[in-house]
Design a protein around this ligand. Structure first.
Ligand code: ADP
Ligand code: MG
Length: 344
């Protein structure tokens, strides 16, 4: 649905050059929620602005539904833009207009005839659960309600694609959850494809089908969330299952084991302990419900160095578990970084 190829955008200001987006390839499939995670300054907003053409990339391609956006001009460009809704962290509402007025304004800008506007405003308010607040001004609305107006406004042009730039970053956790639920519901009801950017792991956990991690203008990791979580060395997995940097005591093997639905039912800790007559220490872990799957990560400690535990490690791998060994050959260099260093 959204296809981004070799996208590049460099800013030049006061003799300084910043390559905000540095060769990004990204595909968002129809009907999915794709989350781009990254620290402040990673280039996330620039990437999004290149998709709705608020910003013109230096090079690369952006196409939506097979249509090459960068080749469009005039009316065709305006129409394509209407098919892309956008919501923002700070809502961007007009304070002098009511909730209904803010949505009506958007319809006005898009050239919807006056006679059709009122009914459409009601429909949009209903859609985001704000029918009762139609006459309220932004100052009288909570953050969550303001974002609902922002979402209704973004949907005014009946878009197929919704872009979200940190839409829940200014909201408390409870309101965040309700807005994410609304987005997921709207996605299903309206058949939307959503590209969102965030720095919150919770957003990925709750609604993203796929995700990418962006750093210094590049995507360092990208794919379906489930696949990333089961990939050894994944930063996303470290972010979703934060465990402290491992402290590997000499003569022991520390292993992170990631498991999902089926393998979660295997008592692999006791199986290993029994089969090899060893004591297995549990150092930490968590289980999360992610995209309808139960995925978990457990850190265990086995007696003896990793080479002594070769059979045990092979056993775990052969049981369909993702196995990462700490402090031994084969551990990715980034392993010791903690989640907070990676993302926030
Ligand atoms: N209009 C601009 N002019 C100059 N530099 C910019 C502009 N917009 C963003 N940048 C720079 O590009 C980089 C990426 O910014 P941005 O896309 O806003 O990142 P993020 O949304 O991930 O925080 C930053 O170094 C930022 O300072
Ligand atoms: Mg930003």
């Amino acid at each position: 649905m959204i296809q981004i190829e070799k996208l590049r955008k460099t800013y030049r200001s006061r003799g300084r050059e910043v390559t905000a987006v540095d060769g990004v390839d990204l595909q968002v499939r129809e009907g999915e929620v794709f989350g781009v995670l990254g620290r402040s300054g990673a280039g996330k907003s620039t990437l999004l602005r290149c998709v709705n053409l608020l910003e013109r990339p230096d090079s690369g391609r952006v196409s939506i539904d097979g249509q090459d956006l960068l080749s469009l001009k005039g009316g065709a460009l305006r129409r394509a833009r209407q098919g892309i809704g956008m919501i923002h962290q700070h809502f961007g509402l007009l304070s002098s207009r009511t909730a209904a007025g803010n949505i009506a304004f958007q319809l006005e800008v898009m050239g919807v005839p006056r006679a059709e506007r009122a009914a459409r405003v009601d429909e949009l308010l209903e859609l985001v659960g704000l029918a009762e607040q139609a006459k309220a001004y932004p100052a009288q609305l909570s953050g969550g309600q303001k974002q609902r107006v922002g979402i209704a406004r973004a949907l005014a042009g009946r878009p197929k694609v919704l872009l979200s730039d940190e839409a829940t970053s200014a909201l408390d956790p409870e309101t965040t959850a309700s807005i994410l639920e609304l987005l997921r519901d709207l996605k299903l009801r309206l058949g939307l494809t959503v590209l969102l950017i965030t720095h919150e792991m919770d957003v990925v956990k709750r609604i993203c089908d796929s995700a990418a991690i962006m750093r210094d203008g590049r995507l360092v990791e990208s794919g379906p969330v489930r696949d990333l979580l089961l990939r050894p060395g994944s930063e996303l997995a470290r972010g979703l299952f934060p465990l402290p940097a491992p402290n590997v005591r000499p003569g022991t093997t520390v292993v992170d084991v990631t498991f999902e639905d089926d393998s979660a039912d295997q008592p692999f800790v006791s199986t290993i302990a029994r089969t090899y007559s060893i004591d297995v220490n549990i150092l930490g872990g968590a289980v999360e419900e992610i995209g309808g799957s139960r995925i978990g990560r457990l850190r265990i400690e086995l007696p003896g160095d990793p080479d002594i535990n070769a059979a045990q490690l092979a056993h775990l791998r052969e049981s369909g578990l993702t196995v990462e060994v700490h402090g031994a050959a084969g551990v990715v260099a980034a392993e010791a970084r903690t989640e907070t260093e990676v993302l926030s």
